[in-house]
Design a protein around this ligand. Structure first.
Ligand code: ATP
Length: 375
């Protein structure tokens, strides 16, 4: 067993990953450490890519970096790993400074594991050799490789070449390779985006269980809101190189800080009103407003905050059926289209005449025309 305690020798809760029954671990040397980014700024060729980004990831927490393409997610992740050199700010792991005005710890000395979008395995090396690649102590190589492969449920594939594995298996090997050196933080860059939908869901579920079981501090990049909400204990939303909001999925969904965020995380109907008092009159009837505004405003109304029934005031444009529920798009007489989530068994069809009313917990309002509302 490795002198660092090994990945599997201190049993906690048994978990099942793939078809292999394995045990989760919490050896002392793998005790989760918090990762903190403080006031980080990165430029490329004089162009600002990250501006004064601060983010704290608690020990054992899983944090998603979510944002549209080009907002700087990968640059932030690579800065944490030491693959980019920010010109300003600090990065600390536990009480150890990794990056600061006078400090730069090389990537291989950070004890941070990284998994990339494509598994980036060496095609000419076996699975076992790939996992062992970053291990330097001869006497530990074999045990740690065996343990890491067991963690991802691939012990029996150690002698295979990557090209003979499915995309999901390759990604699990990449995770095993990142875990083998016993990192204190795991960083994943769009780890599921190269997999097709069905495989993505099953691999995501397996990796999620593994991360929770190991209790390892994890930061992962995604541009998929659903994925961020499913995996992230908290989600940091980046927009144009800045942190727009950090919070639990529920906080982001129910208390977005601006209009852009409200529409970026989940679907939102934006209802225009001349003013937004507590008890606001709208084209779908009265709506309780949690953040009243005296002047013109837009109310954020989620599709599940609306209900429809046979009546007047709207015409069903079309229905999207999802099995667990359905989304009905309704054209109101005002000309506004709203999206309403209904139970799957409620049957509406195109051209049905319906009444739409509000049934949500209270809506957030954003003033119209403020410069900072959209960023
Ligand atoms: P995506 O979701 O599309 O991967 P992202 O949010 O991860 O995007 P980054 O990859 O961090 O965004 O890139 C942010 C910006 O920085 C982009 O405009 C990108 O072109 C630019 N950029 C990234 N790396 C470099 C580099 N090494 N040199 C110059 N520009 C770069």
């Amino acid at each position: 067993m490795s002198q660092h305690g090994g990945l599997q020798d201190k049993a906690a809760t048994p978990i099942l990953l793939g078809m292999v029954n394995i045990r989760s671990v919490a050896p002392q040397d793998l005790a989760p450490a918090g990762l903190a980014v403080d006031d980080l700024s990165v430029d490329f060729d004089g162009r600002s890519v990250l501006q004064n980004v601060s983010l704290e990831v608690a020990p054992g927490e899983i944090v998603a970096l979510l944002g549209p393409s080009g907002c700087g997610k990968t640059t932030l992740l690579r800065s944490m790993a030491g693959l980019e050199r920010p010109f300003h700010g600090a990065i600390t792991l536990g009480d150890r400074t990794l990056h600061g005005p006078k400090t730069f710890v090389a990537p291989e000395r950070r004890r941070i594991g990284m998994v990339f979008q494509d598994s980036s395995l060496f095609p000419h090396l076996t699975v076992g050799q790939n996992v062992a690649y970053g291990l330097h102590h001869k006497d530990e190589k074999e045990a740690r490789t065996r343990e890491a492969l067991a963690l991802v449920g691939l012990s029996d594939l150690a002698d295979r070449l990557p090209g003979t594995l499915s995309g999901g298996q390759q990604q699990r090997v990449a995770v095993a390779r990142a875990l083998a050196p016993e990192p204190r933080v795991l960083l994943l860059d769009e780890p599921f985006s190269s997999l097709d939908t069905t495989l993505r869901h099953s691999v995501r579920n397996e990796i999620h269980r593994l991360l929770v079981s190991l209790g390892i501090t994890t930061v992962f990049v995604t541009h998929d809101q659903e994925e961020a909400f499913i995996l992230g204990d908290r989600v940091a939303v980046l927009h144009e190189g800045k942190i727009a909001q950090v919070g639990t999925p529920a906080e982001l969904y129910r208390q977005p800080v601006n209009r852009w965020l409200a529409t970026f995380v989940g679907e939102a109907n934006l209802l225009s009103v001349d003013e937004a008092p507590d008890d606001c009159t709208t084209e779908v009837g009265p709506v309780t407003v949690t953040t009243p505004i005296a002047g013109p405003a837009e109310l954020v109304v989620r599709p599940e905050d609306l209900k429809i029934s046979s009546g007047t005031g709207g015409t069903v444009e079309f229905v999207e059926y999802y099995g667990h529920d359905a989304m009905v798009q309704v054209l109101l007489t005002s000309g506004t289209s709203v999206r309403v989530r209904t139970h799957a068994e409620e049957t509406f069809t195109r051209s049905d005449q319906v009444a739409v009313s509000y049934c949500g917990p209270g809506a957030i309002a954003f003033p119209v025309g403020l410069p900072n509302n959209d960023c």
